[in-house]
Design a binder for this molecule. Structure first.
Ligand code: SF4
Ligand code: SF4
Length: 125
């Protein structure tokens, strides 16, 4: 299972077991059999929720959110705040370093679509 901040949640009471969700999942996850899909393989593509014929049967949830938890917006703000704080502290304490120079970074950025450094099937725009 592993650590995963999101999950797909199935409402067992209204699911009609048509299996469309599992058939649509690009990673063959057993969406129609589990109450929750909490997996590193789930990339949150939402294909399962889009094909489900019964409204509100499948829902995308974020850890710690929901009725008794935080809103997704609040959780996002807290995560961004923690990230920014860590980067800032690492910067002022000299722990945020890169071995490439500013000049080299700018040159590489200009050549971001060069076949030398891009993924063979995915280009950056
Ligand atoms: S969100 Fe995408 S990857 Fe995750 S269970 Fe649904 S179809 Fe599969
Ligand atoms: S597509 Fe919806 S109704 Fe069909 S099995 Fe999956 S969750 Fe149940």
């Amino acid at each position: 299972m592993g650590l995963c901040p999101t999950r797909i949640q199935r409402d067992l009471d209204i699911c009609i077991s048509c299996k469309s969700c599992s058939q649509a999942c690009p990673y063959y996850l057993p969406v129609d059999k589990k109450r929750y899909i909490i997996s590193r393989e789930c990339n949150g593509c939402m294909e399962c929720t889009l094909v489900c014929p019964v409204e509100n049967t499948l829902e995308f949830k974020t850890l710690g959110t929901g009725k008794n938890g935080w809103s997704t917006a609040k959780l996002g703000i807290v995560i961004i705040g923690i990230y920014t704080g860590v980067v800032y502290i690492a910067g002022i304490t000299g722990h945020w370093k890169s071995s490439i120079t500013e000049h080299e970074f700018r040159v590489r950025l200009q050549n971001i679509n060069s076949p030398e450094i891009t993924h063979p099937t995915v280009g950056f725009r």
